[in-house]
Write a protein that binds this ligand. Structure first.
Ligand SMILES: NC(=O)c1ccc[n+]([C@@H]2O[C@H](COP(=O)([O-])OP(=O)(O)OC[C@H]3O[C@@H](n4cnc5c(N)ncnc54)[C@H](OP(=O)(O)O)[C@@H]3O)[C@@H](O)[C@H]2O)c1
Length: 216
């Protein structure tokens, strides 16, 4: 069975992805700069299904088959650069959004190369970078009783890698993978997260993206 490592897995985003991956049967290593913190966090997550979540260092998480980057945007590049050789040849999923809080809104920041996914692709030329999970509210992801029924917008320049991630997302309870296209869409997809979160702040909600009119 494919193993999945989550870099920065102790935060809300990483925990939410980890519990739904493990509920789909995957063995997940929750990576952290502090293995003890990761172990404590992993012990609080109770997936339903055959998969398991264990705490680990980010280095150990990077040895998994598929990797999810779930650190804050301003540490994502440094985190993956330090793990470059372990990540070579692998699918690396970026859920990283570059955002800033301004009053009651979140506004998008535009990193060099236009998106965080493109920054990771530049830092990891031998990895297959796929964008996914950007628009999901972490609290709804972590709560397996939340009735989440969300579409996950996926992009990559590597068609096989984005198909692989779409299949993985489809196995996660409450999620459906929708391939949007190439890395050219990364900036728009990441920055749309600012719209999603601003709506949730304004409406005191945990809404998520669900696209109407798709055939499958
Ligand atoms: N929260 C959401 O609803 C959500 C949804 C979709 C996407 N995202 C994206 O997912 C990413 C993580 O979001 P989050 O809310 O979980 O963030 P977070 O709680 O601020 O950070 C996640 C983890 O990253 C690690 N970390 C923090 N500072 C670091 C640094 N300087 N260097 C290396 N690792 C560091 C920490 O783990 P350790 O201290 O254990 O190492 C922390 O628990 C962000 O890029 C965000 O845009 C978030």
């Amino acid at each position: 069975m494919t193993t999945v490592g989550v870099l920065g897995g102790t935060g809300p985003a990483g925990r939410g992805v980890a519990i739904r991956l493990a509920s789909a049967g995957y063995d997940v290593l929750l990576g952290s700069r502090d293995e003890e913190r990761a172990g404590v966090t992993a012990s609080t997550l109770l997936p339903r299904g055959e998969g398991a979540i264990r705490g680990a260092t980010n280095e150990a998480a990077a040895d998994c088959d598929v990797i999810v980057v779930a650190t804050p945007f301003d540490s994502a590049v440094a985190t993956v650069k330090a793990l470059k050789s372990a990540l070579a040849g692998k699918v690396v999923i970026s859920m990283v959004n570059a955002l800033a809080r301004e009053g009651k809104e979140l506004v998008p920041l535009y990193p060099a190369r236009g998106s965080m996914a493109a920054q990771l692709a530049f830092a990891l030329p031998e990895s297959k970078i796929v964008g996914a999970f950007h628009h999901l509210p972490a609290s709804e992801m972590e709560d397996l009783d939340s009735d989440l029924d969300a579409d996950v917008v996926i992009f990559s320049d590597d068609a096989a890698a984005r198909d692989e991630v779409a299949a993985l997302v489809d196995e996660m309870p409450g999620l459906h993978g929708v391939i949007a296209g190439s890395m050219s869409l990364a900036s728009a997809i990441e920055s749309f997260t600012a719209v999603c979160i601003s709506i949730n702040i304004r409406h005191k909600a945990h809404s998520y993206v669900k696209l109407a009119g798709l055939k499958d």
